[in-house]
Ligand binder design. Structure first.
Ligand code: ASP
Ligand code: MG
Length: 421
């Protein structure tokens, strides 16, 4: 069997849902577990609902939610006839669950409510897609992934209970393939042992696909995207970016670590551990070659460029000219742990430490304030961190031409440069 993952862009309107349905039906004979994200920008819209609810703007929350409901109800009308009543009722059951909650007042933490509300985007989209497939006579069934993927209660970044989930999948999912060709379920969400919904972190649907593939010992995972293949850089910024048709797990995990938006960083480990290939294919033109990611070393890679904007460089300098040794560094790491922040790049000098972070304002302000007890702290904002894997001098020149490099680190394979904009 195979695992397919369809992201929000592959189902963001009528035509795209039909197209996704067609791709699934063409491959249904291979037994598919299909993981879907929420439609288009639904997750962002649901985040606005959460914010309104949590700030006590109940009317706004309900109104925003109304818009999301309408959008899905419209699509159900266009996509189903025989299945219509069933499809609409299923959606309405989900709506009721959320609206009950929205009528209450928040008494628990933000992250808890975030997960209880935001999880519905995937429930809506998967229900829509499955009902459409059944309408089209596919031998498909829908499951609520919250009955399968068990997590801890670290809301918004929940950790998987692998043993429990494995048992669930063996008992409840594998036998379903005796009866059905296609199982449709949700990415990104799970549930605790107290039946509270959880989410796995933004863009986490890729990770869900990898969890299922690992535990079902799938032949492969295919992530269907609106790109032809994984590229050497963002083509909107670097028009000379090229498609890469083969990458190793190591290469991709490194790219994701440095900030490439290709695939959710947690996706690779479950696949690498069972040696399951990951395919990236275009849902707009499935005949294109796409990218294969597996355990074989990739050869002759072009320079791969990853850019992270909105970086801040912080200099932690010793107050009394003493060397920056173990003790203050340890204290600083204590502060990082506390704030849940970690540097993207760091470098020592005799009496100072230079570290670059994503500029999340609240966290950075907290960090600067806490660290000022130990160090003199200086900040520079509005920087970009450019990472080039498999660099050559020409690419470095191209990217640093008439720019100021404030920090640089080079290994045999990778150069990182922090650049003033
Ligand atoms: N819908 C979620 C998000 O937008 C999960 C995903 O797309 O993978 O973050
Ligand atoms: Mg997505």
């Amino acid at each position: 069997m195979k695992v397919y993952k369809f992201g929000g862009a592959s189902i963001n309107n009528l035509e795209r849902i039909k197209n996704t349905g067609k791709i699934i039906q063409q491959h249904a004979g291979e037994k598919l577990l299909v993981v879907v994200s929420a439609m288009g920008k639904t997750t962002n819209a649901l985040e606005s609902v959460v914010n309104a609810f949590f700030e006590g703007r109940q009317e706004d929350a309900l109104k925003l939610f109304e818009g999301i409901k309408e959008n899905h109800l419209q699509l159900v009308k266009f996509l189903t006839t025989v299945q219509w009543l069933h499809a609409e009722n299923q959606l309405k059951d989900f709506f009721t669950e959320i609206e009950w909650l929205l009528h209450d007042k928040p008494v628990r933490g933000y992250d808890y409510y975030y997960d209880q509300i935001v999880c519905c985007g995937e429930l809506f989209s998967s229900s829509l897609l499955c009902n459409y497939l059944v309408e089209e006579k596919a031998n498909a069934t829908w499951i609520d992934v919250r009955d399968v993927i068990r997590t801890d209660n670290n809301f918004r970044d929940a950790g998987i209970d692998w043993d429990f989930t494995e048992k669930n999948i063996a008992e409840n999912i594998s036998p379903l393939f005796d009866k059905y060709d296609v199982i449709i379920t949700q990415g990104f969400i799970g549930s605790t042992d107290e039946n509270e919904s959880t989410t796995l972190g933004r863009e986490g649907s890729d990770y869900t696909a990898a969890i299922f593939a690992n535990l079902l010992k799938a032949d492969s995972v295919t992530i269907w995207k609106d790109v032809e293949a994984v590229m050497s850089a963002d083509p909107k910024v670097f028009p000379s970016a090229t498609n890469i048709h083969h990458l190793s797990y190591t290469e991709v995990i490194e790219m994701a670590y440095y900030g490439a938006q290709v695939i959710h960083p947690k996706t690779i480990k479950p696949l690498q551990n069972k040696n399951i290939p990951l395919l990236v294919k275009s849902f707009l033109d499935p005949t294109l070659e796409g990218t294969v990611i597996d355990g074989k070393a990739a050869k002759n890679l072009p320079p791969v460029i990853v850019v992270k904007d909105n970086q801040v460089l912080i200099q932690f300098k010793s107050k009394d000219f003493s060397f920056v040794e173990d003790k203050p560094v340890e204290q600083l790491h204590g502060i990082y742990d506390n704030i849940k922040i970690s540097p993207n790049l760091s470098q020592n000098t005799a009496i100072s430490l230079l570290c670059c972070f994503d500029d999340k304002e609240e966290k950075i302000a907290q960090l600067a304030s806490d660290a000022s007890e130990i160090f003199d702290v200086e900040l520079e904002k509005n920087l970009s961190l450019i990472t080039i894997r498999h660099y050559d001098e020409a690419t470095i020149d191209l990217l640093t031409n008439d720019k100021v490099v404030v920090l640089q680190q080079k290994t045999m394979t990778t150069v990182q440069m922090l650049i003033r904009n």
